[in-house]
Design a protein around this ligand. Sequence first.
Ligand SMILES: *Cc1c(COP(=O)(O)O)cnc(C)c1O
Length: 232
Amino acid sequence: MNTIAENIAAIRREIDEAARLCGKTGADITLVAATKMNDAERVREAVEAGIDACGENRVQELMEKYEQGAYEGAPLHFIGTLQTNKVKYIVGKVQLIQSVNSLKLAAEISKCAIKHGIVQDILVEINIGGEESKSGADEADAFELVENISKLPGVHVRGLMTIPPISDDEETQKRFFTKMKQLFVDIEAKKYDNISMEFLSMGMSGDYRNAILCGANMVRVGTGIFGARHYV
Ligand SMILES: *Cc1c(COP(=O)(O)O)cnc(C)c1O
């Protein structure tokens, strides 16, 4: 079995290769290690090997590992479903909340950020496949949602995130990624105040290459770095 550092090195090479096919380099792509279900020691190993950020899914798990110093040396992102009543535990701890899917959630983040005297960077999560089981905002509501969030003090929208429908078919993968890229470009063209469309976060272990080819500049990789997760 490869070490975490070896896995990261191999992923970096693939990222660089995909980036070069669209006129970028690997340095243009932010590699977020999806750290769920990996303990502090393994997360530290990934940080030392050189990832650009850690992405955690659950508030409880984040707080435990945060106390253990797991993320020291790397920015920390929240990438999972976030309940409004848990917002207070992560604002001020995380550099980026990638999974903001409603105005209500953004308003709570705004409130907490003001209390902390900070501006919280966020991404707006879009349910690009329109799946019942996914938590992002509907594509049809994206413009209105981004515009409304842009008016809140204490939050700054810095891009979009998505988890598209799982598919082994590369054309299907690319169709959803391309749809997201178009939405990203269209929202950017609106030039809303107080938002900057910098990050398009899409692509996981099975499809990050295609995501990059379709315009992603932030990918979230778990299994590819840490190996299969063991659900108990
Ligand atoms: C777990 C997770 C990932 C990474 O998934 P892998 O297939 O293990 O790479 C990416 N994004 C989110 C939101 C996740 O929950």
